[in-house]
Ligand binder design. Structure first.
Ligand SMILES: C[S@@+](CC[C@H](N)C(=O)[O-])C[C@H]1O[C@@H](n2cnc3c(N)ncnc32)[C@H](O)[C@@H]1O
Ligand code: SF4
Length: 451
């Protein structure tokens, strides 16, 4: 039996987060606006589509942030951004050429509550004028509690916000100072109560471990404080330190970062605490109260994974609007231009603002489903998925020898074509997924740590 230290040394390689397969690192400029236009015109619309709108503005930059955003406190650029989001919607709809029913809308960021309430209202009036929102069962937004106002919450309530995600990270002043993100528990409590009073029925809080100067005590103190608010969901993200991709992370003193063993202890301690207090562990990094739709989806084997992480969204078509947004149809994935300036220029010129993408071949769809089930259920029947996709089991022949070390170390079990990740192996599930990913070896250095 290996020690935790030995397991980390062996398996804490750098692997994708597998929010898609192929992963965003495999998108190429060979797939662009023309492909996206063609995929849109052929998109299956028998089921409602999901909309994702990216709002790349924040009050200030948190040094750990891995999102595509910038500090912005002027209204005019935000107002013109809303104009362009609606113009991008028009460009997409002109390629689809048919009416589009929307089942869910997700505002991500950045910080969507940086938009002034009247701009939020204008954005939703614009969406309602363009899409059929009659079946829209969920409107979700990622929010920074420090910039949330009563006025904004009331406007969101009128629009029909049903799910909100508040960034908390860590509540100790020492850790907050080390990442330039001051935030008080009182503010979070106020935000949670105000949102619930306006009709938000699913409240999520984002926590992080592995931050500079963070220790198990800080993580547990934070978890215990926020647990008192009984959030329906909690996301517990390991800090992904990728300064080569996010240069502002260089402001973080690397000497202050906890090592792999300390990170592991932090995540395990928080998970134990939450499970003891009644949250159900969902996937790799989520916890949900048993009544929440995500907990129910996980129990029923219907949990999904997309660019926002774990989700209950099963729509086959996702339309992403805004700088850096990712879209999906059964034919493939595309990502918009990530630089806001370039995205603006393309939309203003009347072009679909696509930077890169990847077409899904039938084999990708097969491997993608194996990886998605492993990430969501920690178990997969490879033969059953091969059968559904009409593929031969031999196409994933290379995976079996790669799984052997995981079996020998008690992290995974293989029975025939059934692969099960053990409790011990759960923190390493991304590495297990990589066994099925033919591109994984080349990708090693481009991703953050597994644990
Ligand atoms: C769009 S932000 C949340 C909303 C809002 N902007 C806020 O910060 O309160 C999404 C979440 O991603 C997580 N996150 C950001 N950068 C990260 C990183 N480098 N590694 C891991 N998680 C990160 C944080 O938990 C953050 O709350
Ligand atoms: S964590 Fe949230 S508030 Fe901080 S920079 Fe990132 S998106 Fe903005």
């Amino acid at each position: 039996m290996k020690t935790t230290r030995e397991l980390i040394d062996r398996y804490d390689a750098h692997a994708p987060r597998y929010t898609s397969y192929p992963t965003a690192a495999q998108f190429t400029p060979a797939v662009g606006a023309a492909d996206w236009g063609a995929w849109l015109s052929a998109a299956p619309l028998d089921r409602a589509v999901s909309l994702y709108l990216h709002i790349p503005f924040c009050k200030r930059l948190c040094w750990y942030c891995g999102c595509n955003t910038r500090a912005m406190n002027r209204i005019a650029p935000m107002s013109s951004y809303v104009d362009l989001l609606l113009k991008e919607a028009d460009l997409v709809l002109s390629r689809i050429g048919r009416p589009v029913r929307v089942g869910s809308i997700h505002l991500g960021g950045g910080t969507p509550n940086m938009l002034p309430p009247e701009e939020l209202e204008r954005l939703f009036a614009g969406l309602a004028a363009r899409f059929d929102l009659g079946d829209c069962f969920e409107i979700a937004a990622e929010l920074d509690p420090e910039v949330l106002t009563q006025d904004w919450v009331e406007t969101a309530g009128r629009i029909g916000l049903s799910r909100a995600s508040l960034g908390v990270q860590d509540l100790s002043p020492k850790v907050q100072a080390a990442v330039n993100r001051p935030e008080s528990f009182e503010t979070i409590r106020w935000a949670a109560e105000a949102l619930r009073a306006q009709g938000v029925t699913s409240l999520n809080l984002d926590l992080m471990y592995g931050l500079p100067l963070q220790a198990v005590e800080n993580v547990i103190t934070t978890v215990a404080q926020v647990a008192a608010l009984r959030p329906d969901r909690i996301a517990l993200f390991g800090y992904a330190h990728v300064p080569w991709m996010k240069p502002h992370q260089k402001l973080i003193n690397e000497a202050d970062l906890p090592g792999p063993e300390a990170r592991f202890a932090q995540s395990q301690a928080a998970a134990r605490y939450l499970v003891q207090k009644g949250w159900q562990a969902v996937g790799l990094d989520h916890f949900a109260l048993p009544h929440d739709s995500m907990a129910a989806a996980a129990r029923a084997g219907r949990l999904r994974r997309n660019f926002q992480g774990y989700t209950t969204d099963e729509a086959p078509v996702l339309i992403g609007l805004g700088a850096s947004s990712i879209s999906r149809t059964p034919q493939g994935f595309v990502q918009n231009l990530t630089q806001e300036r370039e995205w603006r220029a393309a939309v203003e010129a009347g072009d679909l603002p696509v930077a890169r993408g990847v077409a899904l071949d039938p084999r990708d769809a097969f491997v993608g489903e194996i990886i998605e089930r492993l990430m969501c259920d920690f178990a997969v029947d490879v033969a059953a998925i091969a059968g559904r996709h009409g593929r031969a089991l031999s196409e994933v022949d290379r995976a079996w020898p790669r799984l052997l070390p995981f079996q020998l170390d008690g992290l995974a079990e293989v029975n025939g074509s059934m692969v099960t990740v053990t409790d011990l192996g759960r923190p390493f599930v991304r590495a297990v997924c990589a066994a099925f990913d033919p591109g994984a070896v080349d990708l090693e250095k481009r991703h953050a740590r597994v644990v």
